[in-house]
Design a binder for this molecule. Structure first.
Ligand code: ADP
Length: 274
């Protein structure tokens, strides 16, 4: 059984107003437990609208989202529990940091789950370690940290809730190349250790090629492709028609394959082509 599945999922903004806009239409996808899914698509193709429905932040206009086979809106009063199971890291999540210390910020999510204090701190510390935040940073104010460190604090806050499905919307946006590589490797390591399900939304075809088992391509509100990373990137002409440039990706994929690397090796372009 799929961990997450959508059936005829459709979302319309401003229904019944002159600004009505159907942002996603008739999406039917099924994601298995443990998969690493890349989500790509031109700006405005419906990626954010889709993922916000997967954790119940947006309620579908029609169609359903099933989590472990159950409609997440079956009992709207329980929608909060879905948000703990399907964790979401938004774009530029560091803008949402607000606690006095890094540790308190990371502990905020698990602190709302009805856990004991020791368990909350244990989870927060483990999550901080996962994203590579050093012990001495934990008692600092999050606002004293560098951009990359703040990003890690925000991601650790979601990881600390131990979600079965983790959705990351452009987690490497705005980071320098080194910060990007480190963060991507940490996400891959987290996935390999925790064996949970990850959806990574990214404009970077390279990031997707380096991490995803399968790729969902959104185009004008529709799921245009959903296949193995290799098969999707082999369709470079079709992707370019959807406004997605895939420079070197097919070459990198071929090189990785020839070298016998599994997906998720998190190699850089330079390393792969060496
Ligand atoms: P992406 O994440 O791929 O950039 P979005 O899901 O943000 O795409 O947007 C899909 C479509 O829905 C776009 O045409 C966008 O303009 C529209 N849209 C997004 N958010 C809103 C909103 N709050 N109100 C009205 N239209 C919106």
């Amino acid at each position: 059984m799929a961990i997450i599945e959508t059936k005829n999922l459709t979302y319309t903004y401003g229904q019944g107003t002159p600004f009505q806009k159907t942002a996603v239409e008739n999406i039917n996808i099924a994601i298995k437990q443990g998969e690493f899914i890349g989500v790509i698509g031109h700006t405005g193709s419906g990626k954010s609208t889709l993922i916000q429905q997967l954790n119940g932040l947006l309620r579908p206009t029609s169609g359903t989202v099933l989590l472990n086979g159950k409609d997440i809106w079956e009992d709207p009063k329980k929608i909060r529990s879905v948000r703990f199971k399907v964790g979401m890291v938004f774009q530029y999540p560091e803008h949402q940091l607000f606690e006095e210390t890094v540790l308190k910020d990371i502990a905020f999510g698990p602190g709302n789950m009805g856990l004991g204090k020791d368990e909350i701190l244990k989870r927060a510390r483990a999550a901080a370690e996962f994203v590579g935040l050093k012990e001495e940073l934990l008692e600092k104010s999050p606002f004293e940290l560098s951009g990359g460190e703040k990003r890690r604090v925000a991601i650790a806050g979601v990881i600390a809730m131990d979600p079965d499905v983790l959705i990351l919307d452009e987690p490497t946006a705005g980071l320098d190349p080194r910060g990007r590589d480190v963060l991507l490797s940490q996400i891959v390591t987290y996935h390999k250790t925790r064996h949970n399900t990850i959806l990574l939304v990214s404009h970077s075809m390279e990031d997707i090629a380096r991490t995803a088992d399968r790729v969902l391509v959104m185009n004008a509100g529709h799921a245009a492709m959903f296949d193995t990373t290799e098969n999707v990137f082999a369709c470079d002409r079709e992707l370019e028609k959807m406004g997605l440039r895939v420079p070197q990706i097919t070459k990198i994929m071929a090189v990785l394959k020839a070298k016998g690397y599994p997906v998720g090796t998190a190699l850089t372009v330079e390393q792969a082509l060496k």
